[in-house]
Design a binder for this molecule. Structure first.
Ligand SMILES: [Zn+2]
Length: 135
């Protein structure tokens, strides 16, 4: 149900309509659950497969227009340190003593609609406000 553009609809009518819509939705979910209970495994599986296809399609077609606020989400990598020579004779190679965690600045945000997570390693300056200029 979208927002009604009609000026005749008063807020309390809108609330009633929204409540009715919610009740209808609950009844629909209950009916669907009942339907699922009566299904055999194959039919339930077919239904789930269809739902997965629908969800995948909705994700693929998302325009990612509404993102969450970015969060600091550093990337951690394991990097080798202090290499040493191992082996004997002509059969020698280098091996690290161990690995340590190395973090890299990174930020992420999530599409509110489809859940896609986008990462960035760069920042740009934010210009805040104005002040009188006497130049
Ligand atoms: Zn999206």
């Amino acid at each position: 149900m979208g927002h009604s553009k009609s000026p005749k609809i008063k807020p309390h009518h809108y609330v009633i309509r929204t409540a009715l819509f919610a009740v209808k939705n609950i009844l629909k979910i209950k009916r669907n659950n009942k339907m699922r209970e009566n299904m055999n495994h194959r039919r339930r599986m077919d239904l789930l497969r269809q739902e997965i296809r629908d969800e995948q399609q909705a994700m693929d077609n998302c325009s990612h227009g509404d993102w969450t606020e970015p969060i600091y989400d550093p990337e951690t990598n394991q990097v080798p340190y202090s290499f040493k020579t191992v082996g004997q004779g002509s059969d020698v190679w280098m091996e690290p003593d161990g690995y340590k965690d190395e973090t890299k600045d990174r930020w992420s945000r999530e599409c509110k609609k489809c859940g896609k997570i986008q990462y960035t390693y760069t920042q740009e300056p934010v210009i805040v406000g104005r002040k009188p200029s006497f130049k």
